[in-house]
Design a protein around this ligand. Structure first.
Ligand code: SF4
Length: 230
C-alpha cells in the first residue's frame, strides 16, 4: 500500500469579513503521522493549513489512521479556485520526514485519496530490478568460507569458543564451490574466500583458486593467518 492522504472538503465559502477570497474547512488523514500541512500558491509560497481540529466523526469512521479524531483542517485562499496544491510533511516509520505535494480538488463532500509516497514494488519486482542493475555490469562480491575450521584459537575469535570448536566439520569442496559460483558468475566482480574461518584449512582451497583463475574479470582475495602458507 502506498503512503497516502484522505482528504475531504466540507465547506468553501467567501470570507466573512468582506475581503476577497474563500475559507475552506474539512478534514485530512494520513497513513503516516503528519508533521505539517500547507497550501502552495503558484509563486511557490507556502501558506499553513490549520490542523488538529477535533473530528470525532472522522475518528469513528477511520480508526486505523493516526490522530483520526483530530483530523479537522481549515485554510484560507486569496481567490476562489477549483483546486489547490496541497503539501504535507509526514514522518516515516524510520524517523525520517518526507515531504510531498499533490492536487486537492475543492469539491465539498468528496473523499479524495492522494498518494504522497510511491508504493514499494512487490518482491518479484525488487528481484527484477536487482537483475536489471546487475545486467549493467559485474557488481557483486561473493564471499564465503570453504571450511568452518581454523588452525588457531585466537582469544578474541569465535574459534576460541568450545561450542564453536565442537561443531561438525563442514566443507565446500571444489565441485560444490563451482556450482555456487556458476549460479551467479555473470554478476560477480570479486570472490573473497574467507569470512570467519581459515581458508587454507580447506582441502581443495588451491583447486578453488586455480578454478577462479579461469575467470580473469573476477578478482580473488582471501584473509589468512598465514600459518599454512608454503
Ligand atoms: S579465524 Fe583468524 S582470528 Fe579466528 S582463530 Fe583463526 S586466525 Fe585467529
Amino acid at each position: 500500500m502506498s503512503e497516502h492522504l484522505l482528504c475531504c472538503i466540507d465547506r468553501v465559502e467567501p470570507r466573512g469579513d468582506g475581503s476577497v477570497g474563500v475559507v475552506v474547512d474539512g478534514w485530512c488523514l494520513a497513513s503516516l503521522p503528519v508533521e505539517s500541512l500547507w497550501i502552495a500558491t503558484p509563486d511557490r509560497a507556502r501558506h499553513p493549513v490549520s490542523q488538529g481540529r477535533p473530528r470525532a466523526d472522522v475518528g469513528d469512521a477511520y480508526p486505523g489512521y493516526p490522530d483520526a479524531a483530530d483530523a479537522g483542517i481549515a485554510f484560507q485562499l486569496p481567490v476562489a479556485a477549483d483546486e489547490v496544491t496541497f503539501g504535507v510533511t509526514v514522518k516515516s516509520p524510520f524517523g525520517r520526514t518526507r515531504t510531498a505535494e499533490t492536487t486537492l480538488f475543492l469539491e465539498p463532500g468528496r473523499v479524495q485519496r492522494l498518494d504522497i509516497l510511491p508504493a514499494r514494488p512487490p518482491p518479484s519486482d525488487i528481484e527484477g530490478e536487482l537483475v536489471r542493475c546487475l545486467d549493467r555490469g559485474r557488481g557483486l562480491m561473493l564471499r564465503l568460507d570453504l571450511v568452518n575450521r581454523c588452525n588457531l584459537r585466537c582469544v578474541m575469535c569465535h574459534h576460541s569458543d568450545p561450542a564453536v570448536r565442537a561443531r561438525p566439520r563442514g566443507e565446500i569442496g571444489l565441485a560444490g564451490f563451482q556450482e555456487i559460483f556458476a549460479s551467479v558468475a555473470p554478476w560477480i566482480r570479486e570472490v573473497m574466500l574467507s569470512c570467519a574461518d581459515e581458508p587454507l584449512v580447506a582441502r581443495e582451497f588451491a583447486e578453488g583458486v586455480a578454478y577462479l583463475s579461469g575467470f580473469p574479470a573476477v578478482a580473488v582475495s582471501f584473509c589468512t593467518n598465514g600459518m599454512l602458507l608454503d
